[in-house]
Design a protein around this ligand. Structure first.
Ligand SMILES: Nc1ncnc2c1ncn2[C@@H]1O[C@H](COP(=O)(O)OP(=O)(O)OP(=O)(O)O)[C@@H](O)[C@H]1O
Ligand SMILES: [Mg+2]
Length: 253
């Protein structure tokens, strides 16, 4: 496969909730190992876009191609939800509110995907999960339950749990915005390391330091459209759109 082929490419996707048109023809491509950060005002459709890309929501039109395979889930028109199961684990989403299983330890939270989705045996899944917990710097917290961990630690378990599925693309929806400021850095550090290691990532985030340091491009959404995409330097220094300028000023980024 050619190196320039996008790992994930959305083309002209549209999405309504009832009569509200939330995505009005959004196209976004991310090459293998690239990181794109999505910003934009509240309600502009950022989370909806990620959920559609993660195949958690059907789109109405357009296409989503993952590593060369058309995976778009269109509520009407052929493809049913069942046929998406093999693709879902290739597109892992990390949410603002961690969504760990409260009755499982950190280790069990990370093991559960490989055991149930990939059919890995428990011994192997355990070794892998321990290695992943070490990678997110939680090797000493394997036996802790979520309520025994800080928010930053829980989010790092959630990242390890996503990594355990060996996704092709990781999607982050404001992964640090539920965290106390002093815990943000430890999660961002892990994300920056993932980016350096070549993970393909789409990240909705207000963490501009992360955007500056890790992003190949910043994508600005407004009212269900991508209105601008540029490398971080240019995006922050010299945005093309008046709307982006206003957003950057108001956001005091
Ligand atoms: N499940 C849903 N049902 C109906 N409307 C929805 C649903 N999810 C989102 N919306 C609407 O779609 C629009 C886009 O929402 P979305 O959550 O994608 O925005 P966002 O850019 O992520 O905003 P924020 O920055 O506040 O997280 C909003 O008007 C929202 O109210
Ligand atoms: Mg959102």
């Amino acid at each position: 496969m050619s190196g320039s082929q996008p790992m994930i490419a959305a083309s002209e996707i549209t999405k309504h909730y009832g009569r509200l048109e939330v995505l009005k023809g959004v196209s976004l491509g991310v090459e293998r190992g690239q990181v794109k950060v999505v910003v934009g005002p509240s309600g502009s459709g950022k989370s909806t876009l990620l959920r559609c890309l993660a195949l958690l929501e059907p789109i109405e039109s357009g296409s989503i191609v993952l590593d060369g395979e058309d995976v778009a889930w269109q509520a009407r028109g052929g493809r049913g939800e069942r046929s998406l199961v093999p693709f879902r684990s290739q597109l892992c989403m990390v949410f603002q509110h961690f969504n760990l299983f409260p009755h499982l330890t950190a280790l069990e939270n990370v093991m559960i995907g490989p055991v149930h989705v990939r059919g890995v045996d428990r011994k192997e899944a355990r070794d892998e999960a321990m290695a992943l917990l070490a990678r997110v710097r939680l090797g000493d917290k394997a036996e802790r339950y979520p309520h025994e961990l800080s928010g930053g630690q829980q989010q790092r378990v959630a990242i390890a749990r996503a990594l355990a599925l060996r996704p092709k693309v990781m999607l982050f929806d404001e992964p640090t915005s539920a965290l106390d400021p002093e815990l943000v850095r430890e999660v961002i550090d892990v994300m920056e390391e993932l980016a350096r290691d070549g993970m393909t990532m789409i990240v909705v985030s207000h963490e501009m330091r992360f955007a500056h340091e890790a992003a190949d491009a910043i994508v600005m959404m407004d009212e269900g459209r991508i209105i601008e995409e540029a490398p971080p330097d240019r995006f922050f220094r010299d945005p093309t759109h008046e709307r982006t300028r206003r957003f950057l000023q108001l956001a005091e980024l």
